[in-house]
Design a protein around this ligand. Structure first.
Ligand code: ATP
Length: 604
């Protein structure tokens, strides 16, 4: 079936992330990047340097042995014994070279992998501490791309780049010194190819590099789209948006294909150019070298050595260009990585926070104002008093600020004005982890991590034993459905837990919360309709869960609201009314209206 795609629909699919092609060279950023090598400056780094120096020196010595000793002396004087000594020395040097090379590669790789490991760990740890606002502003896909792709692109720089730089500089300097010592005029003559080589290794390579960078960007775009598409597959299918989705995917897939085509085409020009420069160098060497030999200004041994060294020239120059490119790419990636690393959590613990062992759970809001965005307040001067052990139901229309109140109690955000107090103390003075340890949040959509049912409940308290996990499940009645699963508590559930029903996921999240044994429970009740039996089960489970704890319920069910000690009615970030069900109903105010419009039938 073909369907006409509305072009405006495709505009929805836009990814503006990470489009920097050319990053300026930034020395301080480079220095910062190299701080990650520092822990290895006394172990792997010197070892790799020694191996590199040995291999470079051997490569420099061998042409001299061939030209000067084998040709000029042994062959000239027909000295078989000397020739034998030279040949065995060369063989010996090659063996040492092979061993040194083996270690060079091993140590370099170890160094690179260690640096990448450290960097990825640092970045992930840092991102985990960032505030909710950071995640509000970015898609999971774009964060993933940075943690994976940008760090991977630094991998090459650290595994090869750093050490090769030293090797190439050493090799180039060594070759130049030897060439000028052997024959200054011939050295000058063959150096005409240098500008050509530099042109190829900088300009041409830069052009090729841009094309590869374009390839990577297009791939990142595919990754981001795939991530969103797969996560939203059910919605796509239910709205029959497969064709639009496919059209966009085809578009970016084609773009990616095209960028590959361009990059490989440019890349294929590289080798012929290199060979051409080598040919020019060889022609100059043969013509001018033959002329110098004829005029007795050069001997045959030096001529042969020259040919060897000329062959060695290209490699370091070409690689220096490559390293320069790697550095530029590394700059672009590290800039994006450092941007994340420099991001500070907006909510942070003060220097000497008050350590609390056990909270009572008395929560107060004193004239609290808060906005996610500058000019749009979500809470407009709210004052609340939730006593320890009380169940408080927050009710109100969508967008009235219920979730925001819960977010402020957990200190995911700080108020822009006013104070949130816990047991009479400003929560900004408390230790953040101690505060959050005593709060459990049960969201409408329960997040299930990949692992077993047992692992998922244990998420509430990693130290709990299997027995404790099972006891928590029994207490909320989750054991009944768990025992019916193919492997009971050991049943594997994938990310998001699609094999479980909404009600089952709710019960699982109750067990998880109960196991954490918090003083405060924040619960966003599921709005999805579930059958009466599960509903009863959940009500029962809730009673167990909320016993002796302060509970803030973003309540959607009349039964929960009715049982609450205090009901707070919110409207556009303000408290309209508060009290218990009976008194609020008697007042016949906003609550009465809300209940009648939403639950009118249920009350009759
Ligand atoms: N991360 C965010 N960034 C910007 N604005 C937000 C964010 N989260 C919520 N808001 C805004 O803050 C206001 C209050 O939202 P909140 O989520 O607290 O409402 P709610 O009462 O919980 O609604 P619902 O019942 O629909 O969950 C809304 O106007 C909403 O658009």
């Amino acid at each position: 079936m073909t369907k006409q795609i509305n072009p405006s629909v495709l505009k929805r699919f836009r990814y503006s992330s990470d489009d920097v092609i050319d990053a300026p060279f930034n020395w301080s950023q480079l220095a910062r990047l190299f701080t990650y090598v520092k822990p290895y400056s006394k172990t792997l780094l010197p070892k790799a340097f020694i191996a590199v120096t040995i291999t470079t020196l051997i490569r420099l010595i061998i042409p001299i042995l061939i030209g000067e000793y084998a040709i000029n002396q042994a062959l000239e004087n027909k000295d078989a014994q000397m020739l034998w000594v030279v040949v065995t020395s060369i063989a010996g040097l090659y063996i040492v070279n092979t061993i040194a090379n083996r270690y060079r590669i091993r140590w370099m790789n170890e160094l690179g992998q260690n640096v990448i490991y450290d960097l990825r760990k640092h970045l992930f740890t840092h991102v985990q501490w960032l505030s909710h606002r950071f995640f509000d502003q970015r898609s999971a896909g774009s964060i993933l791309v940075r943690i994976m792709n940008d760090i991977n692109s630094l991998q090459e720089l650290f595994t090869n780049g750093v050490i090769n730089l030293l090797m190439d500089l050493l090799l180039l300097a060594g070759v130049l010194i030897i060439l000028f010592t052997l024959s200054p005029p011939l050295a000058l003559a063959v150096l005409v190819i240098l500008p050509l080589m530099f042109f190829i290794s900088t300009t041409l390579r830069k052009n090729i590099r841009r094309s590869w960078q374009d390839v990577r960007m297009k791939q990142a775009k595919i990754n981001a789209h795939l991530n969103e598409s797969i996560q939203g597959m059910r919605i796509t299918q239910s709205f029959t948006q497969e064709n639009e989705n496919m059209a966009f995917f085809n578009g970016i897939n084609e773009e990616s294909f095209e960028s590959w085509r361009v990059a490989t085409k440019k890349n294929s020009m590289f080798r012929p150019f290199v060979e051409m420069t080598n040919a020019v160098g060889s022609v100059v060497l043969i013509l001018y070298g033959a002329y110098l030999i004829q005029n007795n200004q050069l001997d045959l041994g030096a001529f042969v050595a020259f040919a060897f060294y000329l062959g060695m020239f290209w490699e370091p120059i070409s690689r220096l260009g490559q390293i320069y490119n790697q550095l530029l790419m590394g700059m672009a990636s590290s800039e994006r990585i450092f941007e994340f690393l420099d991001e500070q959590p907006l909510v942070h613990e003060k220097a000497n926070p008050t350590k609390i062992n056990q909270l009572q759970g008395h929560i107060e809001f004193e004239n609290v104002q808060f906005g996610y965005e500058k000019d749009r307040l979500a809470l407009k001067g709210i004052s609340l008093d939730m006593k320890a052990g009380e169940t408080v139901a927050l009710v109100g229309h969508t967008g009235s600020g219920k979730t925001t109140i819960a977010n402020l109690v957990s200190r995911f955000y700080d108020p822009t004005d006013g104070v949130v107090k816990m047991d009479g103390m400003d929560i900004r003075d408390l230790s953040l982890s101690a505060l959050r340890e005593q709060i459990s949040i049960v969201l409408q959509e329960t997040f299930i991590f990949s692992g077993t049912i047992m692992d998922n409940i244990r998420f509430g308290n990693p130290h709990a034993t299997d027995e404790e996990v099972m006891k928590a499940a029994e207490a909320v009645g989750a054991n009944r459905f768990i025992e019916r699963l193919s492997n009971g508590y050991d049943t594997e559930v994938e990310e998001r837990g699609n094999i479980l029903s909404v009600g089952e996921r709710q019960l699982l999240s109750f067990a998880r919360a109960l196991l954490a044994n918090p003083r405060i429970i924040i619960l966003d009740e599921a709005t999805a309709s579930i059958d009466t039996e599960t509903e009863l089960q959940i009500q029962q489970a809730l009673r167990t869960l909320l016993k002796n704890r302060t509970a803030i319920m973003i309540a959607h069910r009349l039964s929960t609201i009715r049982e609450a000690n205090q009901i707070i009615v919110l409207e556009q970030g303000r408290v309209l009314e508060s009290g218990d069900h009976d008194s609020l109903m008697k007042d016949r105010g906003h609550y009465h209206q809300l209940v009648m419009s939403q639950f009118g039938e249920a009350l009759n």
